[in-house]
Write a protein of this length. Sequence first.
Length: 309
Amino acid sequence: MLPVIAVLAAAVLFGTTGTAQALGPESTTPLGVGAARLIVGGTALAAVGLSVGARRQRARFARDGIRPVTSSRAVALMALTGLCLALYQPLFFLGTARNGVAVGTVIALGSAPVLAGLLEWALTRRRPTTSWMTATALATAGVALLAVAGGGSAGADGLGVLGSLGAGASFAVIANAQRRLISGGWDAFTVSGAMGAGAAACGVAMLPFTDMGWLTDPRGWTMALWLGLATVALAYALFTWGLGGLSAATAATLTLAEPLTASLLGVILLGERLAPLALIGLAVLAAGLVLLAATSRSRSNPAPTPLEA
């Protein structure tokens, strides 16, 4: 049950992103916010994750004599997670800019667990469970109802759809790559720390292409610290740790608690009002998450070491 709680807590932190941005300065840009989030969060995640992971890895070696093999494949997977975390942000913002926040969000968040499950199936030959498919269908339907209630029904822009699908695919790759590293004997904190280091490097590379003047505003640096430390460093440390006891598909579905959190915060802190259809969507989404959490309680990952396809 603890892995489920850890991933749900990560999703709740992810869900504060939109509210934090709304409470920040008006002069921010998506690329600037993304760069600050990656640099602050990635640096903190790397510092804590790599140091804690190294200690845990040494303790494990002293206790069990087990040490993960540092291969080019492991290094490539770690670099891939950092790159995907950096790519997620502009792709997600492209989708929301072209199709609106509601439609862009539902495509990105709704596609992530499905893509994660399909990718895991292809890599491990492990067919998704019936409970996962049912819970994912319920949760995705709930997110769709939230989008319809808040976003209208205009035709979707093709480039925006591709951007949102790319964001969902980026998250699916992160979940699967991290799960395979953990299955290969790497400590979860080392895995998340390596992702943070790669993401921070990508964030630095973004700086020449955006205006960061909003950081002089107290609301700006407060927002940057929250987005970096809470929604990246702490959230991804929890997510990766929880991933050690769950399949990538299950973890990705549990992160659909993010739009549930975002909707509730919008009502509580931003004074937004939810239409009846949105309330139904929240209830359906919550039902899917409860079902998945309940069916995951007594079942650890069925095959700790994925079978190569």
